[in-house]
Design a protein around this ligand. Structure first.
Ligand SMILES: *[C@@H]1O[C@H](CO)[C@@H](O)[C@H](O)[C@H]1NC(C)=O
Ligand SMILES: *[C@@H]1O[C@H](CO)[C@@H](O)[C@H](O)[C@H]1NC(C)=O
Ligand SMILES: *[C@@H]1O[C@H](CO)[C@@H](O)[C@H](O)[C@H]1NC(C)=O
Ligand SMILES: *[C@@H]1O[C@H](CO)[C@@H](O)[C@H](O)[C@H]1NC(C)=O
Ligand SMILES: *[C@@H]1O[C@H](CO)[C@@H](O)[C@H](O)[C@H]1NC(C)=O
Ligand SMILES: *[C@@H]1O[C@H](CO)[C@@H](O)[C@H](O)[C@H]1NC(C)=O
Ligand SMILES: *[C@@H]1O[C@H](CO)[C@@H](O)[C@H](O)[C@H]1NC(C)=O
Length: 414
């Protein structure tokens, strides 16, 4: 059941069928419309102006504004590239200590840096002291669509800082269009050690042929489930499922479509997923299953690149989620669903989520952070990158501040 080099946590959680359709209350959190000068409502949410969360950068409005773009992506905050040194620009967003947040950053370049820079800048994003990843919106820019990045992090203190930062590839002013911190239920992704790791979303797909992106009001936390096709047949599945009982609280309608092989012949289903090539790292993987049939037995083994992930999964109308908390992967990956002897119908899968585990960076000693904040507040014009953690990540420390290395990071000089 587990491979020799990974400790696998597998749970199968059964839920009951109900006939009520549950309505979720709107997600709770902070929704920031970067660079906006008027508050507008878009989607389910009233968006806040960003002035109270950040002191640097210039508000800009896209010109022209593409028709399809939601209001909260029509403006952005732009940060000066300056001499290209690795400055960071941070939003400080109030949070509940130890609460779990889905953090989403949204980007739509729209050529705001002028004709000299037809291609969007590439830069880093940072959560507290952890480099979350590179923001490279080039492909989406050519396809004319916004770019979304999602991560899951637990607040360590009463604010979370979310920064964009200049890196070695940044050729023009970095920017951001929207920032969301959505409070997640404590049970969601709860096998992750959030004291030491954050989660960076790689892919979240609803398989089969769902018509559109699935999010709020179907998903209680407005997580985005992208449709994913492939040439398999698509049975319609039962609708009345009680997701309240389901691990990770997925939206109901991911179970309305599925990938499956020929319904009456139990042959393997091989899925190239996720579609991108992965860096060598450790991943959290959750796969979701519900069988709309209530008679014949649909039992299969699951392997990832030939390594056993779960055996004898009995997909029933009650549903199941199978997840691994720390699974090593690299490059392209194949998930195989292999019918076991005696299974009379082929395997099926409804949805999947995969996150990269990000080891968390440290924090500067709170006493020193407070001292630096006080010093900053005493300046009339503090340096523009004096926000977020003063020392961490080390390559993005505050300009002019020298810090000690090691586990207990301190400011050593100015
Ligand atoms: C946003 O709201 C302001 C008033 O608060 C209004 O003038 C403006 O037209 C709105 N913007 C859009 C794109 O609807
Ligand atoms: C950004 O993405 C484009 C398109 O995928 C790629 O060609 C380019 O190398 C990437 N840039 C960096 C710095 O990763
Ligand atoms: C995670 O959440 C599930 C569903 O609510 C619960 O049954 C389980 O005990 C939780 N596990 C941990 C480690 O908190
Ligand atoms: C991935 O990294 C680990 C640890 O650095 C290494 O042992 C392993 O061989 C690497 N795997 C691949 C496929 O490169
Ligand atoms: C399957 O469900 C249908 C409709 O809910 C019901 O009529 C039928 O008796 C069920 N079959 C079995 C074997 O439970
Ligand atoms: C799978 O579950 C169904 C419904 O609970 C049950 O009737 C069937 O015997 C199970 N099959 C196996 C192989 O466990
Ligand atoms: C399913 O997994 C079990 C346990 O590893 C194995 O004994 C069985 O042969 C597998 N079945 C198939 C069809 O691969």
């Amino acid at each position: 059941m587990s491979s020799p080099f990974v400790s696998l946590l597998v749970f199968v959680f059964l839920c009951l069928l109900f006939t009520i359709n549950c309505q979720h209350p709107p997600p709770q959190g902070t929704f920031i419309d970067c660079g906006a000068t008027n508050t507008n409502t878009s989607g389910f949410q009233e968006w806040e102006l960003d002035f109270s969360f950040i002191s640097s950068g210039i508000p800009k409005t896209l010109n022209p504004i593409p028709d399809f773009l939601p209001i909260h992506l029509q403006t952005l905050r732009s940060f000066p590239l300056g001499d290209g040194s690795r400055k960071k620009f941070c939003y400080d967003v109030p949070a509940v200590p130890r609460a779990k947040y889905l953090i989403r950053t949204s980007y739509f370049y729209g050529g705001v840096n002028g004709n000299d820079f037809p291609v969007p800048p590439v830069f880093d994003q940072i959560i507290d002291g952890t480099v979350w990843g590179i923001v490279n919106t080039t492909d989406d820019f050519y396809n004319g669509v916004p770019s979304y990045y999602e991560g899951v992090f637990v607040a360590r203190v009463k604010a979370i800082s979310v920064c964009v930062a200049i890196n070695a590839y940044t050729e023009s002013d970095p920017f951001i269009n929207a920032l969301e911190l959505i409070r997640l239920d404590d049970s969601v992704y709860n096998t992750t050690d959030f004291g030491n790791f954050g989660l960076n979303l790689v892919a979240r797909n609803s398989f089969g042929y769902p018509q559109t992106l699935i999010r709020y009001p179907d998903d209680p936390f407005d997580r985005m489930w992208k449709p994913s096709g492939e040439s398999y047949s698509t049975p319609k599945i039962v609708k009345d499922i009680d997701v309240a009982g389901f691990w990770n609280l997925p939206p109901l309608n991911i179970f309305e479509t599925a990938l499956t092989t020929e319904q009456e012949s139990p042959v393997n289903l091989d899925l190239q997923w996720p579609t991108v090539s992965l860096p060598n790292s450790t991943y959290y993987i959750a796969l979701y299953f519900v069988d709309g049939r209530n008679s014949s037995s649909r039992v299969f083994n699951i392997t990832i690149n030939g390594i056993q992930y779960y055996q004898n999964l009995n997909a029933t109308t009650a549903g199941a989620v199978v997840f691994a908390s720390r699974w090593p992967l690299s490059g392209r990956n194949t998930i195989s669903l292999i019918p076991v002897e005696g299974s009379v119908v082929g395997p099926l899968i409804n949805a999947g989520e995969i996150f990269n585990l990000l080891p968390l960076g440290g924090r500067t000693l709170t006493r020193d952070v407070t001292a630096m904040e006080n010093l900053k507040n005493g300046f009339e014009n503090p340096p523009i990158d004096w926000n977020g953690d003063p020392c961490i990540p080390p390559e993005h420390a505050w300009t002019g501040v020298a810090c000690s290395a090691g586990p207990r990071v301190r400011v050593v000089s100015l």
